[in-house]
Design a protein around this ligand. Structure first.
Ligand code: GDP
Length: 360
């Protein structure tokens, strides 16, 4: 062996997770619950703040999930949840391969069952071939439910009366039946052997946190097992991302919030961003992360960082961003010919236009 640097230039990035489902079925509450649990568990360690997304690192998933997760079984670094749930964000947020999200959670209210937007979400997931699991939410509203905060589903299930259990079972089987009507072979997640062929249904409560350990475990397992190859990226390479939102920010002018899904972006990079007319070529002025809550009162809401790597949510301040669009691609130029990068962005914009026309 020589002494030359033998570090592997590729690295595994965090899978990006989207949450879909019918209005009021609990998408926002579920994200809030996951975020809340991550903050509590992360108090001792550092949680990196993200723009427009919530990162839940593996060690935090493992402390939320307790016995369900052995961190040694995983080498993916955790999960990155996009904070804006819903179909619109899922369909507008694209990456070069298709959906920006690598995996999805379809939230279904156990009492309300399948609704129009549930079907719409299934259709979107099918077309984009996004692997997903179903969170059968609001199990705490089954009459007679005995809540066990943040407990894994098996433990809380054991502590319910026979009557409550059979009521829950009935609702869960109805959801499984509805999935099968839509040609998705589904089962309760602990019975699923192959998550590529079958959709796992995870009973949860976004209110009490019951089943959330299971949900995180299943998402982590699914990604590790079936998506690992897609998560291999050149971390040091020029960054590639998607614009979540274009926002005016006091002191910074127009900024873009992006999710970076490949490579790295640095505070002095030149970037090309999809615009309403033409690709925009501009220099990064600042990369901004939210400041930890405790520090916000006295200072700006953001702190500057020198660089970030995928997958992450970050705000970019740069001149000329007036024409930037949500859903548009962002690419770091670095040492490549500028014209090539502009062409790539133009091609991606054309793809988005075609998809949008097909949807309309
Ligand atoms: P979204 O429209 O899908 O984002 O749904 P929300 O998260 O806004 O939830 C809609 C309503 O259902 C709110 O009043 C929530 O408090 C309530 N809710 C969401 N999840 C649960 C749950 O697990 N249990 C109970 N009891 N209520 C819930």
């Amino acid at each position: 062996m020589s002494n030359t640097d033998t570090r592997d230039p590729t690295s595994l990035r965090t899978p990006i997770v989207a949450v879909l489902g019918h209005v009021d079925h609990g998408k926002t509450s579920l994200l809030d619950k996951i975020r809340g649990s991550a903050v509590i568990e992360g108090e001792a360690g550092a949680i990196t703040q993200h723009i427009g997304a919530t990162a839940v690192p593996l060690d935090i998933i493992s402390s939320i999930a307790g016995d369900l997760v052995d961190p040694d079984d995983f080498d993916l670094p955790g999960l990155l949840f996009i904070d804006t749930p819903g179909h619109h964000s899922f369909t507008t947020l694209r990456s070069r391969g298709g959906a920006l999200a690598d995996i999805a959670i379809l939230v279904v209210d156990v009492n309300d069952g399948f609704q129009p937007q549930t079907l719409e979400a299934l259709d979107i997931l099918k077309r984009s071939q996004t692997p997903f699991i179903v969170a059968a939410n609001k199990i705490d509203t089954v009459p007679g439910w005995n809540a066990n905060e943040d407990s894994p589903i098996n433990d809380t299930y054991e502590s319910q009366s026979d009557r409550v259990r059979s009521r829950l079972d009935e609702s869960l089987y109805e959801i499984i039946g509805n999935l099968s009507d839509e040609e998705f072979s589904a089962d309760l997640y602990w019975r699923v052997q192959n998550f590529q062929r079958n959709v796992g249904v995870v009973p949860v409560s976004a209110m009490t946190g019951e089943g959330v350990p299971d949900l995180l475990t299943v998402m982590m397992g699914l990604s590790q097992r079936y998506m690992k190859e897609e998560m291999e990226i050149d971390v040091a390479g020029p960054g590639v991302g998607t614009v979540l939102e274009v926002k005016e920010e006091k002191g910074f002018g127009k900024t873009i919030d992006i999710v970076l899904y490949d490579g790295t972006i640095k505070a002095d990079d030149t970037i090309v961003v999809g615009g309403q007319n033409d690709p925009i070529v501009t220099e990064v002025r600042a990369l901004l992360q939210p400041r930890p809550l405790a520090e916000i009162r006295t200072e700006s809401r953001f702190e500057k960082v020198d660089e970030v790597s995928a997958a992450s949510g970050i705000k970019i301040a740069a001149p000329e961003l007036g024409d930037a669009m949500a859903g548009a691609p962002v690419r770091v130029v670095r040492d490549r010919p500028l014209e090539d990068v502009i062409q790539e962005v133009r091609a991606e914009l054309a793809d988005i236009a075609v998809d949008t026309a097909e949807e309309g």
